[in-house]
Design a protein around this ligand. Structure first.
Ligand SMILES: [Zn+2]
Ligand SMILES: [Zn+2]
Length: 190
């Protein structure tokens, strides 16, 4: 499975295929969720050990185990931070300087506060006949585990739930205040 995963990663990097990118992000997200469950289990263990030490009338009995589990939690949190950075990188995102919301790199307006970004147009289209050689772009048949398939379906569901902006018609995700394309306030009374 590891070989399949790295092959998939290569494919994403080279073809920038939207579906594969979504798949890659979904995989990283479910990895993060798994680590969060591990962290919760460690919290529970710390709680039990503190209680047992309390019941024995000496809280210091729990100290060594708290330190050990605390270190493990710290390592897990570092891993989550790395995975989250990887997701931002894959999604090509940027952080709003006004409100710190993480948004897509190619939007003009922050979806949360309406901040206008200095919009850098995407790099000029490659001249005809000068396209970069297409490597590793052969079709890949994706066989998904059922739970991954379900997550992917819910991601697609979310995308389908987008409403067109009242001002420019671009899709706006539910709950988003400002159109990321034109900055129109979705809560504005027409
Ligand atoms: Zn903002
Ligand atoms: Zn708009």
């Amino acid at each position: 499975m590891a070989g399949f995963f790295s092959k998939l990663k290569d494919g994403v990097a080279k073809t920038a295929d939207k579906a594969q990118l979504t798949l890659e992000v979904t995989k990283l997200s479910s990895q993060i969720n798994g680590i969060k469950k591990d962290i919760d289990a460690l919290y529970t263990q710390i709680g039990e050990q503190v209680y047992q030490a309390y019941a024995q009338g000496d809280l210091s009995l729990a100290e060594a185990e708290i330190v050990r589990h605390g270190q493990a939690i710290g390592q897990h949190q570092d891993t989550i931070t790395e995975l989250e950075a990887k997701i931002r990188e894959l999604r090509n995102e940027k952080t709003c300087p006004d409100c710190s919301t993480v948004v897509a790199a190619d939007i003009r307006f922050c979806s949360s506060c309406g901040h206008k970004f200095d919009f850098t147009p995407p790099p000029a289209a490659v001249e005809p006949g000068a396209e970069a050689p297409v490597e590793g772009s052969q079709e890949q048949v994706l066989i998904l585990e059922p739970e991954l398939e379900a997550e992917l379906a819910s991601e697609e569901e979310r995308i389908r739930a987008d409403e067109p902006c009242a001002s420019c018609g671009e899709p706006v995700a539910p709950g988003v205040r400002y159109c990321t394309h034109c900055g129109h306030d979705q809560q504005a009374v027409e």
